[in-house]
Design a protein around this ligand. Sequence first.
Ligand SMILES: [Zn+2]
Ligand SMILES: [Zn+2]
Length: 199
Amino acid sequence: MTTGAFSRVIMRSSARTREDGDRCGLCDLPVADGHAHVLDERTGEPECACRACALLFEKDGAGFGHYRLVPARRIRLTGVASADLGVPVRLAFFTLGPDGVVTARYPGPMGAATWTVDPSAWKTVTARNPDLASMRPAVEALLISSVGETDEQWIVPIDDCYRLVAVIKEAWSGLSGGDRVWKDVEAFFTRLRESREER
Ligand SMILES: [Zn+2]
Ligand SMILES: [Zn+2]
């Protein structure tokens, strides 16, 4: 999967007006704001999904040919530290490959640096946090932040992570990021908590 592809889709949907808005990648109907996304496993590219197509995926348990629904759920966790996963940064997200390999990404000014997580460390952390065992490959991520005032651990849809990557790229300045970037990261997590409460 490519970070660029997701940010492109997200930016496209925010830049366009409703008249020339996004269309469902499956049936070509126009999609509303806040629509779902599916991941095309052949290309790693996300596609917009209309309400009816997204419902079909929900019913069929998320898989349909080579498409996977990006789930809408957001689960806040506690007691998960990136250090326990051998990742020495305060902000990272973790995804599960179809082969079970866990990859950590650290969002920075140039995109996201990656590490492969030690399987035994992942197993230990998952055993302590049963919600993590339900994390879906490719389309969900464990997101951890302890930067600034944040103390956040979440299972989120993968597009949230790419939104965060875009926030950081946009706000980063100088060598260490500057003051604004961490304020924007804090604001991102505030919105995450609010969006969960709306549901
Ligand atoms: Zn559709
Ligand atoms: Zn879309």
